[in-house]
Design a protein around this ligand. Structure first.
Ligand SMILES: *Cc1c(COP(=O)(O)O)cnc(C)c1O
Length: 382
């Protein structure tokens, strides 16, 4: 384990503190941000927002990208657009960042936690199907009803853990069979492909995040992706206060949100998008470097699923047990090398402790063993 600290220090070529994930600003970031200040267009009006949306559309091949103030607000909008209502249920994973579940909570909906796949570390299609066969019932209107609580199960929301794509084809089929909306929490997976497609373009809606620790950052921000033009237009409308365009009148035709991304942030995002292909290359090279270090050792390096090409947003290892996980966390953090355990499972948090759930055997197994390693892109050859 102490050889790991040495290896990471050599990889990053520094004796200073090594963070888990730091942003890299090596391109036009200063110039574009300065341009918004010089022009005074730092807020809700300006060309960078549309530019940024178009860059995301071109990169992901999504028909419509709507820039938002955060990944969380993109998730909230996705659920709103999917028609999730107060009292509804949404199937998701317990092993995720809290934002996935907060978005449901603020719609008045509740999660059903089902297990993760050992292949992707994201929502397991088999576990979803098993849960639905036991508790789901399609009523005369075609709605999926929970047999015991009589609530409507409206959507399935997988999250691509650490950037590794979940088994989407299987989830699409399950959603068709049970009349559920597929919403991808793709916050961590910009640059990751499921087969040939970019993550976030398979579900009806998806959210990306550009928080400071993600593969690219806008300071804070997100994008809602949708595979349908009409939904895209409506999503833009409701995230910008539902104002009906007029030269001077204020008329809003429904209760909207102020979830737009400011031009200042979009400027940073435009510059970051220019570096994204390089970041992906550097992060994949780093992952391969870690992979060869861990080869044959007692710590198992988490690899992308065979059907996917991951952005390797956060590198992770699986420790043999909880005790060795804690030892690794202490040793690395005491040595100025930042590592983190995976998030505490959502069903352990006070606001979700009474949520419905299937077996969470794999989620609990990984919770005790996963450790994330420093993952900032490195711009020298390794
Ligand atoms: C980062 C992240 C989000 C969104 O976070 P914001 O900080 O609101 O942009 C959502 N879900 C997951 C899984 C994340 O990692």
């Amino acid at each position: 384990m102490s050889s790991l600290v040495k290896f990471i220090r050599e990889t990053y070529q520094t004796n200073e503190f090594i963070p888990l994930h730091a942003p890299t600003f090596a391109g036009n970031e200063q110039a574009y941000v300065a341009e918004t200040i010089t022009s005074t267009f730092v807020s809700s009006v300006g060309k960078f927002v549309t530019d940024f949306e178009q860059k995301i559309e071109a990169f992901t091949q999504s028909p419509k990208a709507i820039a938002t103030s955060s990944g969380s607000s993109a998730l909230h909008t996705a659920l709103y657009m999917a028609g999730v209502q107060s009292g509804d249920l949404v199937i998701t994973q317990s092993l995720t960042f809290v934002a996935t579940c907060n978005a449901l909570y603020h719609m008045g909906a509740a999660p059903i936690f089902v297990d993760i796949s050992t292949v992707s570390l994201g929502l397991s299609p088999q576990a979803v199907q098993t849960y639905l066969e036991e508790y789901g019932l399609l009523n005369e209107e075609g709605l999926c009803i929970h047999k015991e609580t009589k609530q409507t199960i409206k959507a399935v929301m997988p999250m691509h853990t650490f950037g590794h794509p979940v088994e989407l084809d299987e989830l699409v089929l399950i959603c068709q069979q049970w009349n559920l909306v597929l919403i991808e929490d793709a916050a961590e997976s910009l640059g990751s492909r499921y087969k040939e497609k970019h993550t976030g373009t398979i579900g009806e809606f998806a959210a990306l995040s550009f928080n400071g620790n993600k593969i690219i950052t806008t300071g804070g921000g997100g994008v809602l992706l949708t595979n349908n033009q009409a939904n895209g237009i409506r999503a833009k409308h409701i995230t910008t206060t539902a104002k009906v365009p007029h030269p001077y009148e204020f008329y809003h035709d429904e209760a909207g949100f102020n979830y737009r991304m400011p031009n200042l942030n979009a400027a940073l995002g435009c510059a970051q998008m220019e570096s994204l292909p390089l970041f992906i290359e550097q992060k994949r090279a780093l992952a391969m470097h870690y992979n060869s270090f861990f080869d044959g050792g007692e710590l198992l390096f988490v690899q992308e699923p065979s059907y996917a090409k991951s952005n390797y947003w956060l590198n992770a290892v699986i420790c043999p047990n909880l005790h060795s996980r804690d030892k690794l966390l202490k040793l690395t953090n005491d040595s100025g090398v930042m590592t983190r355990p995976v998030w505490q499972l959502m069903h352990r948090l006070p606001m979700f402790k009474d949520a419905l759930r299937g077996s969470l055997q794999h989620s609990e197994w990984f919770e005790e063993r996963l450790v994330n390693l420093p993952s900032s892109p490195i711009n020298t050859r390794i």
